[in-house]
Design a protein around this ligand. Structure first.
Ligand SMILES: NC(=O)c1ccc[n+]([C@@H]2O[C@H](COP(=O)([O-])OP(=O)(O)OC[C@H]3O[C@@H](n4cnc5c(N)ncnc54)[C@H](O)[C@@H]3O)[C@@H](O)[C@H]2O)c1
Ligand SMILES: N[C@H](CO)Cc1c[nH]c[nH+]1
Ligand SMILES: [Zn+2]
Length: 455
């Protein structure tokens, strides 16, 4: 399928039904294109201006006061007294294994194997290219030397995120890996995170979360080693802090903030599955965003009823309901129109719950990760299918990819030119350098050619 150049109608018969518990999502009927921009806005909380200000204060404080600031923020935000130490001790690490049920250990090991397999296949080939006779160019992939992995733990201990970051870091061969994750109120780190760290042979583990963890990784403190690149998702404080870190010469993977999913559902979709997929992202946090697009009002209404039904028994219903407040179900006219809307919105996850998902998938130009068909829930990619779940949010899928093996590698280019090669390429460089008015460049060639001529 060609990338659609669809133009939506500019006239509207858009209606908004007010949400209530029975109708947890707002439903919009055939919005006109001028109305789309408002429907494509992310949750208001994500744009809150005070977040950047607060994060800048925390950042400056940690960079100035180091560990002392980290201890205070752990007390304030996580309710943890870490005066005994910010680092996880070898004894804490060792004790963790015994606290993880064996069925969970087996599941994590299988997920680890799948993620490893998918990421191993991403290893770039090293190919030497002779661009002209005697002019040899090649690229070598070198691991980023010091990497910081952020594993969220504010409302859920995302040990799956550690797999998503640790596996490619290890495959890339990064020599120094530092893990930061928020402590629990008793000052410990969730044992499943520690078990997963052991599986990945990660031993530098810092009990720090939020913007303060990112600030510490960006410049180092007494207990936290500084790193070259910071990876990992997080809430809006973590995401804003990562963006701030780039001002201090530290690279980041991408802005990977509050989770999002957009589902395109046609009349073949199962509303029970669609509702479950929408709720699986809504339960991440109050500022998560879920969007349903359908060309079938019946599917939208049945999904709406299903969301309400499933919400009633969801342990994190309070969180999910807040996310649903800013979520939308939108009735559009055709598959092309839905795809066009989705490409503009650029969701972190895109589920194609349609009859012919392969065909629609070919037209996707902006999305972090795409899930095809009725039996491919996004939850599979979140945990275990093999793809990475650290993905761009907030529209950044327009210009960023998710985490991959590549994220942990730098490519250094090399070249070697023989005498014959210099004779082939010399005049070209001399001509171009003189035309740019850079005679020293030309001379670097000329002097060598003269030396070769003199034997
Ligand atoms: N995009 C992705 O790839 C992806 C993947 C997994 C998870 N996520 C998202 O990660 C997020 C995890 O969020 P979380 O909150 O559970 O954990 P988190 O670890 O990201 O954040 C917890 C920390 O936030 C800080 N914090 C909380 N309130 C604060 C405040 N008022 N001021 C300053 N700092 C504050 C605290 O330091 C706390 O330790 C969710 O939004 C989830 O959707 C995204
Ligand atoms: N859906 C999240 C990415 O937005 C990843 C995740 C971790 N655990 C469960 N889900
Ligand atoms: Zn998820």
């Amino acid at each position: 399928m060609q990338v659609p150049t669809y133009q939506a109608s500019t006239t509207s018969d858009c209606q908004l039904l007010a949400p209530n518990f029975a109708n947890p999502m707002q439903i919009f009927h055939y919005p006109s294109q001028p109305e789309w921009a408002a429907l494509q806005q992310r949750a208001a909380a994500q744009q809150a201006p005070d977040v950047e200000q607060r994060v800048a204060q925390i950042f400056a404080d940690v960079r100035q006061r180091g560990d002392a600031a980290l201890l205070e923020y752990a007390q304030t935000f996580d309710g943890a007294d870490l005066r005994a130490g910010l680092r996880v001790t070898p004894a804490e690490l060792e004790a963790a294994v015994g606290q993880v049920p064996s069925a969970l250990q087996t599941a994590i090991r299988q997920a680890h194997a799948n993620i490893r397999r998918f990421h191993e296949a991403q290893r770039p080939a090293e190919e030497k290219v002779e661009t002209m006779p005697g002019v040899l160019c090649w690229r070598r992939a070198v691991p980023v030397q010091r990497v910081g992995l952020y594993v969220p733990g504010g409302t859920a201990p995302l040990f799956s995120t550690l797999l998503m970051l640790g596996v490619p870091a290890r495959l890339a061969g990064c020599p120094e890996v530092v893990l930061c994750t928020p402590p629990r109120p008793d000052g410990s780190v969730n044992p499943v995170i520690l078990f997963t760290a052991q599986l990945l042979n990660i031993t530098t583990i810092i009990k720090a979360g939020g913007a303060q963890a990112v600030a510490a990784l960006s410049g180092g403190t007494e207990s936290v080693p500084a790193v070259d690149k910071i990876f990992g998702p997080g809430n809006r404080y973590v995401t804003a802090a990562k963006q701030l870190a780039t001002r201090y010469g530290v690279a980041i993977d991408m802005p990977a903030g509050p989770s999002e999913v957009l589902v395109i559902a046609d009349e073949s979709a199962n509303p029970v599955f669609v509702a479950a997929d929408l709720l699986s992202q809504a339960e991440h946090g109050p500022d998560s965003q879920v969007i349903l697009l359908s060309d079938s009002l019946a599917v939208i209404e049945a999904t709406q009823a299903e969301v309400a039904r499933q919400l009633a028994t969801l342990p994190r219903a309070a969180v999910a309901t807040r996310a649903l407040d800013e979520s939308r179900a939108i009735l559009l006219r055709t598959p092309e129109e839905m795809l066009f809307f989705s490409n503009q919105y650029a969701p972190e996850h895109l589920i194609l719950a349609v009859q012919n998902p392969e065909q629609l998938a070919e037209g996707v130009t902006s999305a972090g990760s795409v899930f095809l068909g009725h039996l491919t829930p996004e939850a599979a990619g979140d945990y275990a299918s093999g793809t990475n779940h650290t993905l761009p949010t907030n529209g950044y899928a327009r210009n960023y990819s998710g985490v991959s093996l590549d994220s942990f590698l730098k490519k250094i280019t090399y070249q070697r030119i023989t005498a014959a090669g210099l004779q082939h390429i010399g005049a070209i460089v001399e001509t171009m350098a003189e035309a740019e008015g850079l005679s020293a460049h030309a001379r670097a060639i000329t002097l060598r050619l003269e030396s070769l001529a003199a034997g």
